[in-house]
Design a protein around this ligand. Structure first.
Ligand SMILES: NC(=O)C1=CN([C@@H]2O[C@H](COP(=O)(O)OP(=O)(O)OC[C@H]3O[C@@H](n4cnc5c(N)ncnc54)[C@H](O)[C@@H]3O)[C@@H](O)[C@H]2O)C=CC1
Ligand SMILES: O=C([O-])CC(=O)C(=O)O
Length: 396
């Protein structure tokens, strides 16, 4: 036993000569280097990177992921302040080893070897803004990060939080397609906060413990595209028309409620970190091979963007159909679907330079597409093949 400890120590010493530590954390304290400390080689578990780790969501998210026993290595990347957050979180006496990465030139290092990448990088909205108003700035951030993922950890599961999720997820998908690494099972937009809010608000109305309530929320992650399926709440229950309207509106506007209450200081961060960790934990349990891990997430293989999905070793293993809808849900489904398709096409315009350079607004281009291609028009009217519309659009 002692002999193998000595051998390991000598290997560590030799390798630290060959490959000297560059991490800021590996500073000398007296004669002892941190890299020489008797680290047990890390706990078994998954490697997780958080990009945007020094932000309002990133910090509590990093703290909660450090507490997750399924995580063995936690990489914290940001373009500002990540060393401070890393030093702080690394003192928590939980198993995950924490490493910090500051600045764009360390993005690839932060991503290499990761099993799960969580992305809350980007600007949040202020009162009076919609999530779509964040598109211009956050689309560029997500594009750069996605290029890094395609290069350094193409097999990682990606949890994308940055808004507008309805467009940033399609952007990541298009970047991965271009790089030849696209796997729709591994790219997930995080809509868990809508579910968390729905569970809370429904539990309030029903007088139940929110932990006992489960509300599927589908569609997308912006205003009216957020469609809580109140007819499928568990435990089974029914709502009056007033309750349905109140709950639907409160769930759809939960983000705005927080933005207004914070009065210019950002959007939801703490509840989002909680929701992101709940979702990341589900992804990790799926990766571990646990059975029956079912959550709602924004997916890039249809039927309905945000959908109920089963998570497994390769990410999304099954996308569930919407199930029986009531009259109200049926009536809004169609408009949700159309708004979602539009966000996607706008994302395509952003990623595909030949489209971006075209004259005219995206709505004109869409109009042109539907009026010049009969097949597109039929697809649009009968909700038949969204992919045909995309591909047709790209060819124009
Ligand atoms: N999906 C959802 O349900 C929710 C999404 N959000 C979105 O999450 C995003 C982040 O929100 P907050 O954390 O409150 O914002 P924040 O401004 O507090 O933090 C964002 C962090 O991203 C970093 N960042 C900026 N550019 C970067 C880049 N190129 N690479 C790496 N990091 C970069 C910033 O330095 C900052 O630390 C926003 O877009 C917000 O709208 C917020 C709440 C819920
Ligand atoms: O509303 C926002 O800007 C942030 C967000 O997505 C949410 O809280 O659901």
């Amino acid at each position: 036993m002692q002999q193998s400890v000595d051998i390991n120590r000598r290997i560590a010493q030799i390798s630290s000569h060959i490959n000297p530590p560059i991490n800021q954390q590996q500073v000398e304290e007296g004669n002892l280097w941190r890299s020489d400390c008797r680290v047990k080689g890390g706990s078994p578990g998954f490697k997780v990177a958080i990009l945007g780790a020094a932000g309002g969501i990133g910090q509590p998210l990093a703290m909660l992921m450090k507490m997750n026993p399924l995580v063995s290595v936690l990489h914290l990347y940001d373009v500002v302040n990540s060393p401070g957050v890393t030093a702080d979180i690394s003192h928590m006496d939980t198993a995950a080893v924490v490493r910090g990465f500051l600045g764009q030139n360390r993005l690839e290092e932060a991503l290499t070897g990761m099993d799960l990448v969580i992305i809350p990088a980007g600007v949040p909205r202020k009162p009076g803004m919609t999530r779509d108003d964040l598109f211009n700035i956050n689309a560029g951030i997500v594009k750069t990060i996605s290029e890094g993922i395609a290069k350094c950890c193409p097999k990682a599961i990606v949890n994308l939080i940055s808004n507008p999720v309805n467009s940033t997820v399609p952007i990541a998908a298009e970047v991965f397609k271009k790089a030849g690494t696209y796997d729709p099972r591994r790219l997930l937009g995080v809509t868990m906060l809508d579910v968390v809010r729905a569970n809370t608000f429904v539990a309030e109305v029903l007088g139940l413990d929110p932990r006992e309530v489960s509300v599927p929320v589908v569609g997308g992650h912006a205003g009216v595209t957020i469609l809580p399926l109140l007819s499928q709440v568990k435990p089974a229950c029914s709502f009056t028309k007033e309750e349905t309207e109140y709950l639907t509106s409160r769930i759809q506007n939960g983000g705005t409620e927080v933005v207004e209450a914070k009065a210019g200081a950002g959007s939801a961060t703490l509840s989002m970190a909680y929701a992101a960790v709940k979702f990341a934990d589900a992804c990790l349990r799926g990766l571990r091979g646990d059975a029956g891990v079912i959550e709602c997430a924004f997916v890039t293989e249809l039927p309905f963007f945000a959908s109920r999905v089963r998570l497994g070793r390769s990410g999304v293993e099954e996308i569930y159909p919407l199930g029986p809808l009531n009259e109200y849900e049926r009536s809004v489904k169609r408009s949700v679907w159309r708004r979602q398709r539009r966000s996607w096409v706008e994302a395509l315009i952003r990623v595909c330079p030949s489209q971006r350079n075209k004259q005219g607004s995206s709505s004109n281009e869409l109009y042109h597409m539907f009026t010049t291609c009969c097949c597109c028009l039929l697809c649009w009217v009968f909700d038949y093949s969204f992919r045909h519309e995309f591909e047709c659009y790209l060819k124009k």
